[in-house]
Design a protein around this ligand. Sequence first.
Ligand code: GNR
Ligand code: NI
Length: 172
Amino acid sequence: MSLRRILTVDADMAVLKQVSEPVAVVDDDLRRLMDDMLETMYAAPGIGLAAIQIGVAKRVIVMDLAGKGQPPAPRYFVNPEILWSSEETGPWEEGCLSVPDIYDDVERPIHVRLRYLDYHGAVVEEEAEELYAVCIQHEMDHLNGVLFIDHLSRLKRERAVSKVKKAARAEA
Ligand code: GNR
Ligand code: NI
């Protein structure tokens, strides 16, 4: 397994805006990609990661929502689809490894039903709520080139990108 660089909006906006392509087959090469994504996500640390965040435009997501002190619970999503979203929406404070140190509330459906292929290529259908619903919608946005800051006002979005750019300059 290897750690990959996480792309950020200061330098890599054009890549992060790309729409990712469906995966044709879940094979060992794809599992290697998912292993690298999980390792990179844990190291960050984060609770979810979409392949485009390491520069790979495939419809692949990894996630682990286990709390501190709980055993790891990695989840893998290939070609995920939302089958149903609740009318009811709610706010949740989101962050993103590609928009470091920026946090803001995003309003989303609180309950979704989804279908995806798992690590072995098996079809899974399940419902998600609370943090799981928030995270899968955040990650599926990445597959469509959408960042959580795209759900904020233009002023807040522009401020967020400026802050990340300023922080990156300060680090350089
Ligand atoms: O680590 C992450 N935390 C988080 C918190 C609230 C809502 C969404 C997320 S996902 C984020 C990691 C990330 O950027 N995934 O794309
Ligand atoms: Ni993100």
